[in-house]
Design a protein around this ligand. Structure first.
Ligand SMILES: [Zn+2]
Ligand SMILES: [Zn+2]
Length: 419
């Protein structure tokens, strides 16, 4: 925790002084390819991100790293049809596609090393090794970024969610120490399938990142009130508020991701790329630097809103929005005041029985809007009674190809702790 605190202070100093040389880099940290259940070859997906302005991509297939030999069957009934193989040959050259044998009915998937050799350009585009550590039979799913060894997913059977999350987090922490490189774990789509409750998240030690937004159409980023499932942001405010009472240096950062699986049919209802991403302020477009910047909280999640600047200190949080003509941006500073009401109650169905796998209901004093402005450039000065302050920017621009119809473009700025 001392190290974390030092890093936080370093960020604040850096943000307000020598951070001028750092740049914003756009990245995707959660996506799938034919290495697991995505429906496109990894090179096609990475090309999509590169062509569309992303600077770094962390392909994160389920329980596997892109290494060794893996062949995928080619036929009209599989994800890899002859036409898709022909498309790869057209885009990357005839020699690019490697078949298993002369029958030419199986294609070898490109490894991360091969993809790096083809795509990476210093200062322009980079790939980070990642994996979605996936529990068999339900949540949790946790992304590990910049890892060096695969971590196999466990079975959900008879295991507590918090125990499973702790297992994955501890594993990556040990791996990071072993290889002496910074790694990040983010808990994915809390509200997916049998979900993770707010209380289960709070039991975990060393949890610093989670997906506040995931662009997959079936993960309920905005919550499901009728089932007692809070939105990603409500989970966020509750976890921060309850944990900060006992650990005054605790921080939980929110990431935005695509969780793309489908790359040929772009519309609502499909899990497409380009819906949620990170902007990371880093001195270099390089895995260790990007991960370290994220660990300092020097990044924001976005579904379309771009920021020019974030100025975080122990006394204020300033945000400058890069506004588009004709769009209104509302910046909300959100936090919980010290001494808030900590009472909870279960969420009940119409018969008075607790809703299955619901989170508890917490007071309205958690996650209140402390200030709201439509100014593109604003600095909120802390009043001194806030446990933490975070911000979000909500535009009135409907997102292209949203994960749920009517989603507007937004951005989520990381929480800071008043000193
Ligand atoms: Zn998942
Ligand atoms: Zn996923």
């Amino acid at each position: 925790m001392i190290i974390r605190l030092t890093l936080c202070l370093a960020t604040m100093l850096a943000v307000t002084s020598t951070w001028g040389e750092a740049q914003w880099y756009k990245g995707a940290t959660h996506l799938h390819s034919l290495w697991s259940d995505g429906n496109a070859a990894p090179e096609l997906i990475i090309k999509w991100y590169e062509d569309n302005g992303w600077d770094f991509v962390c392909p994160s297939d389920h329980n596997v790293l892109m290494e060794g030999e893996r062949f995928v069957r080619i036929d009209e009934e599989s994800k890899l049809t002859p036409a898709r193989v022909a498309e790869l040959q057209q885009l990357f050259g005839d020699d690019w596609v490697v078949f298993k044998d002369e029958a030419k009915n199986k294609m070898r998937l490109k490894t991360l090393a091969e993809l790096r050799a083809h795509f990476e350009k210093p200062g322009e585009f980079t790939l980070i090794q990642a994996e979605e550590m996936t529990t068999h039979g339900g949540n949790p799913h946790i992304n590990a970024l910049n890892l060096r060894e695969v971590v196999r997913g466990k079975s959900a059977k008879d295991q507590e969610k918090a125990t499973l999350i702790q297992y994955y987090l501890d594993n990556i922490k040990a791996q990071s120490e072993k290889y002496k490189v910074p790694m990040i774990t983010h808990v994915n789509h809390i509200n997916f399938a049998d979900r993770i409750t707010t209380e289960e998240m709070m039991q975990v030690k060393g949890l610093y990142f989670f997906e506040v937004y995931n662009g997959h159409p079936s993960v309920h980023s905005w919550g499901q009130a009728e089932k007692g499932i809070p939105s990603g942001e409500r989970h966020w405010d509750t976890i921060l508020s309850m944990k900060l009472r006992r650990d005054p240096s605790y921080l939980l950062y929110g990431v935005a991701t695509d969780d793309g699986h489908e790359y040929f049919d772009y519309r609502v209802g499909k899990s497409n790329p380009g819906r949620g991403w990170l902007m990371v302020r880093s001195e270099a477009l390089e895995a260790n630097a990007l991960v370290a910047a994220m660990q300092r909280g020097d990044f924001y999640g976005s579904t379309g809103v771009t920021l020019k600047d974030i100025r975080a200190s122990g006394t204020s949080l300033g945000i400058t929005v890069d506004g588009a003509a004709g769009v209104t941006y509302t910046t909300q500073y959100i936090g919980t005041r010290k001494g808030f009401d900590t009472a909870t109650k279960p969420q009940l169905d119409a018969n008075g029985k607790p809703l299955p796998r619901s989170s508890l209901l917490y007071s309205d004093e958690i996650g209140v809007v402390l200030h709201e402005t439509t100014d593109l450039d604003f600095t909120y000065t802390f009043k001194g009674d806030e446990l933490y302050v975070r911000a979000r920017v909500v535009s009135d621009k409907i997102q292209d190809n949203p994960h749920e119809k009517g989603d507007v473009e937004m951005a989520w700025i990381q929480p800071v702790l008043p000193k």
